[in-house]
Design a protein around this ligand. Sequence first.
Ligand code: GTP
Ligand code: MG
Length: 369
Amino acid sequence: MTRSAVLVRFVIQPPWWPVCHPTSTPATVNAPADPGGGTVSAVADHDIAELCAGVRARDRRALARAITLVESTRADHQRDAEALLACLLDATGGSVRIGISGTPGVGKSTFIEALGTTLTARGHEVAVLAVDPSSARTGGSILGDKTRMEALARDPRAFIRPSPSSGTLGGVARRTREALLVCEAAGFDVVLVETVGVGQSETSVADMVDLFVLLLAPGGGDELQGIKRGIMEIADLVVVNKADGELEHAAATAAAEYRGALGFMRPRSLQWRPEVFLVSSVERTGLAEVWDAVVRARDALVASGEWDARRAEQAGAEMWREVGHLVEEALRAEPAVARVVADLEAEVRAGRTTPSAAARRLLSAYRRP
Ligand SMILES: Nc1nc2c(ncn2[C@@H]2O[C@H](COP(=O)(O)OP(=O)(O)OP(=O)(O)O)[C@@H](O)[C@H]2O)c(=O)[nH]1
Ligand SMILES: [Mg+2]
């Protein structure tokens, strides 16, 4: 079988519903163990069209259930999620998608609470999603979020979705993208995606948002040493948080250093040069300036066409990532592959063959079952 035939066989197979079917099979949405401790309660049977209408009407239960559905890893749920997203698609795209990243404890959740409530007070509708690839620390993080985003959690103009408690980074990010679309279809005009800045999660989030905000602590030069240059390079806005009390002076010094460092970096866009801000999320200072910059960045990127171009590029890249996931899933599920996979893995681990040679043998086992 040719390579393209492999793809066709597993990617374009029915019954992926192309449009919303009012009479489509009811989707049984079994909520996974709820990591948020109550965001989604027990879920009953649904009709996709009803769920779609509920999301569009911003029914909060429908919204929570829809996200549970897109996060589910069960094959039948994924097909239902696809039908749901097809039904919602024409209502998506209308938000400013903002990624917020930073090392653990830098104040991401506190910042989101402060910015989010500032925005809802101005009439915005704000959805917050979290990407946390590390299941080990997720429990604590979410408990923290519940207290740190208390006002936003109670705000009728806001919706907070804690991160799933398990799954690979790729899996979590894959679902977060779809959760983001669901939130847009529900009419939220600002979607904030929080991710902890360790490992690859921040680049993965940068691939799904319009603007990427890097939160830093007022550590000054030492802090700068620890930050990967790559993360600074993808930031559209750099926010030095905790600019209050005893840390105020250190924060101002750090901001100046970051401004200097950014001056040496290649900007991600010709239309927008990253800016550095001083914020205290606790004292709620500097937030209006950050939002003002978001609006200026959006206006500049929209005017030049880069806004739409970024989204188009992200969507295209996402399609290929998804092809990769689907093909890998298909390969792993194939008995002919399963028969040789353990031996090949052992050979690779022992250094008797190279990973790329083993990968090719694995594919040929699949082509000639
Ligand atoms: N002084 C001061 N403390 C802050 C500020 N923002 C956050 N903090 C404190 O920093 C600690 C961590 O805040 P979080 O908002 O949970 O940080 P986070 O980045 O979301 O943490 P993780 O989700 O665990 O990665 C808390 O004790 C906050 O009260 C600030 O602007 N000033
Ligand atoms: Mg947090």
